[in-house]
Design a protein around this ligand. Structure first.
Ligand SMILES: [Zn+2]
Length: 432
């Protein structure tokens, strides 16, 4: 029996230890900002320009009302949560924001991810050059991107809110789907058998429907997908899985974009992806996946209670799969078939998943026994859940296309090229 699948269920949000950790991170980040202040100041400004270009208004909502809204939402899951705990949590996080478009609460989440990935860079000895300005982009696409800022050693890294919401929703549904057994007291072990998970979904109409809707929502309005009904996740085991799965996916997405920055990919090729040959572009994506894995695995391992899903590269396999099937969903509703239009810039999903499944055991090799089989099983289980859900959604969407339904696009001239979903793509935009 392997001990990789044992988890320690823990209370959510309020642990003093975590508050202290967040406080430490906020302080470190502030120190780091002072060192690189002149270079990063211009980069924050450049990121603000990108946020302005998508045509959204700067956020003017005061922190108190944001906290109130957040509290009302969280109270549904954590009935014991007190408002002052939430306020104090955000205070200690330092709810910093760097541009007028950064919403202080969600920006705090991005700064937390930045801290984790930059911490991993330090441990593994990767040079961050002059640093990164990171944030959310309220663009009508589902992707993350890295852009070098010309004449500097900095980059802008952004994730769209759509991608963050997709990750959040996927993590919740997975947390409700994965069967587990409590082993003793606070320990639990998840099943490795995909049949258990499929049986659980098939026996629960509401869960099956939520899974199908995840893809259907992205097909119906790819630019502004409906974010789904409130799905309640209760129980400390499932809440632990929800949190760790979401973190593992986010860490891989941010780690992948940091990898492009560290490896200076956008500087080594031409300024536009269309000018690069397919092989060079695919090679850079594989490199970013591999370094992104190393960074996200290290970041997950450094947690007070290690994030097993990050440590085993599970977050990477899940997020790439769910993103790909959301793209397929929009393509099927639009044209009845999957068009694979992103293949010129990114390798195919099966190739990326195979690369990840091979690389994770290599990264783990110096730290213990051989994990090749374990990684295959646990990745197969999670990717299998996503595929099973996609298969049901695909049937519905194919029928809907035949009956004349098409995706709705609200084309308001966003700056991201194309109107499809170039997911976890990297947009090599030259700065003016
Ligand atoms: Zn990339």
């Amino acid at each position: 029996m392997n001990d990789y699948a044992f988890f320690n269920a823990r209370p959510f949000m309020t642990k003093k230890k975590r508050l202290r950790r967040d406080e430490r991170r906020a302080r470190k980040l502030a120190e780091r900002r002072m060192e690189n202040y002149p270079a990063l100041l211009a980069t924050h400004e450049y990121r603000g320009q990108q946020q302005a270009k998508v045509g959204k208004e700067p956020l003017g909502e005061p922190i108190e009302s944001l906290v109130s809204k957040g509290f009302r939402h969280l109270q549904q899951f954590f009935p014991d949560l007190k408002k002052h705990q939430l306020v104090s949590e955000y205070r200690q996080r330092g709810y910093a924001y760097d541009t007028k478009w950064d919403d202080p609460l969600s920006h705090g989440l991005m700064l937390g991810l930045q801290q984790q990935i930059e911490g991993a860079c330090n441990v593994l000895g990767y040079e961050l050059r002059d640093g990164v300005s990171i944030g959310f982009l309220r663009a009508e696409s589902t992707e993350a991107m890295q852009q070098p800022v010309m004449l500097t050693e900095t980059s802008v890294i952004m994730m769209t809110e759509n991608l963050y919401m997709l990750i959040h929703r996927t993590a919740k549904l997975l947390a409700l789907t994965v069967p587990f057994k409590v082993v003793n007291g606070d320990q639990f072990k998840i099943s490795e058998d995909i049949a258990d998970a499929v049986a659980l979904v098939n026996s629960n109409d509401q869960l099956r429907e939520e899974w199908a809707r995840l893809f259907i929502d992205h097909a119906v309005a790819p630019g502004t997908p409906y974010r789904g009904e409130v799905v309640i996740v209760t129980g400390k085991e499932r809440q632990t899985m929800w949190e760790d799965l979401g973190d593992a996916m986010n860490l891989f997405v941010v780690g992948h974009e940091y990898a492009h920055h560290i490896l200076k990919h956008s500087l080594s090729g031409s300024a536009s992806v269309s000018g690069l040959d397919v092989d060079a572009s695919h090679r850079m994506e594989y490199e970013a996946d591999i370094l992104g894995l190393m960074l996200s695995m290290q970041a997950g391992y450094s947690e007070a209670s290690p994030n097993i899903f990050a440590c085993f590269g599970v977050g990477a396999a899940i997020v790439l799969s769910v993103i790909e099937y959301c793209r397929h969903a929009a393509q099927i509703l639009a044209s009845g078939v999957v068009t694979h239009e992103s293949r010129t810039t990114h390798p195919s999903l099966p190739s990326r998943l195979e690369c990840i499944a091979q690389i994770v055991p290599e990264i783990l090799r110096p730290y213990g026994p051989d994990q090749i089989e374990v990684v295959r099983r646990i990745h197969g289980m999670f990717v299998g859940i996503i595929q099973n859900a996609w298969n049901s959604a695909e049937e519905v969407l194919t029928r809907a296309h035949q009956q004349g339904s098409r995706p709705v696009y609200r084309d308001d001239g966003g700056w991201l090229p194309g109107r499809g979903m170039a997911l976890v793509s990297d947009d090599y935009v030259e700065t003016a």
